[in-house]
Design a binder for this molecule. Sequence first.
Ligand SMILES: NC(=O)c1ccc[n+]([C@@H]2O[C@H](COP(=O)([O-])OP(=O)(O)OC[C@H]3O[C@@H](n4cnc5c(N)ncnc54)[C@H](OP(=O)(O)O)[C@@H]3O)[C@@H](O)[C@H]2O)c1
Length: 343
Amino acid sequence: MKRIALLGATGSIGRQAIEVITAHPGLELVAAASGSRPVDGLAPMTQVGGDLTALLERARPDVVLNAVVGFAGLPPTMWALEHGVTLALANKESLVAAGELALEAQRRGGGELIPVDSEHSALFQCARLGEAASVVLTASGGPFRGRSSDELVEVTPEDALAHPTWSMGPKITVDSATLANKGLEVIEAHFLFGLPYDRIEVVIHPASIVHGLVRFRDGAAIAHLGYPDMRVPISYALTYPERAPTPVPPLELRTLVFEQPDLETFPMLALGREAGERGGTYPCAYNAANEVAVQAFLERRIGFCDIAPLVEDVLGRVDGAPARDLTDLHEADSRARGLVPVA
Ligand SMILES: NC(=O)c1ccc[n+]([C@@H]2O[C@H](COP(=O)([O-])OP(=O)(O)OC[C@H]3O[C@@H](n4cnc5c(N)ncnc54)[C@H](OP(=O)(O)O)[C@@H]3O)[C@@H](O)[C@H]2O)c1
């Protein structure tokens, strides 16, 4: 029996995780937490808000599924890595922000870090077949793929939340529309697979059938395909190294289309890559500024096209000095948030 602690149990990933856990006799939900919505009765130990690491200390799970959204997911990520407890990571923001600190904690703890993000789960599975020379992350392109900057000026939160292939929480859905999600994922891939940024490609693939592709030095490339359904990577992360059945139907093959991302209309992807290449706490600042800007957009305080310039401005004003510890990291996060004029 694997004992699972599910953080972010009321969210999109959280609800699908409950479905996966309930269907699998070898998985037991021992703890569940949310930020504000009720989780009573979901697990023997539950918590709404408060210190997530205190819950983990009490629950002592075999696996932490971190499905919290945003930088708020940092403490449980660090707790699991530091304690050598398997971390099934949906909360990409914590790895993007903490980067080296998270990897150092994993080295000390010695536990597994298994990505739940579909693209990284795909790459993780392909990369087990040999040493990756480079990786390709696919992006659906979001609801505004093919539009010009002028056509994006008036778009509303409702427009941005209408994702063509994935049904997800509001923050990641807006990130998919700006391509910030792919910017975060490029940085996430850098830390997960230890690859320099010039070996992490992004292609637009509107159908979201190919989730990721690993290139090997002999010229072979191995891709991971499947319907866009998060129950697959959630199940893989929770049952790893086994593979359990899911209700997802077998894939029917059809024409697959790939195109290059439009970096001018969607500057958040290039900004994310640049923040990653600059290193230090630039990725933390990129994430923090983006979180604040996305919240302001969802609350209609700024327009869609204001998000990228606000983040770019913050990246130009922080020093990006590396974080020696979590105190430094929290300071870098707060400083970046404070620099967004809509905070
Ligand atoms: N959804 C997807 O398909 C998908 C795919 C790949 C990666 N991810 C990643 O997975 C994470 C979750 O995404 P999501 O779409 O599931 O988001 P979501 O639907 O907005 O759910 C977020 C969850 O986090 C909880 N939460 C927020 N702040 C918290 C806090 N301070 N303490 C404890 N819990 C807190 C929320 O609880 P309350 O609702 O009670 O506030 C909710 O359960 C994100 O990092 C996202 O990038 C998601």
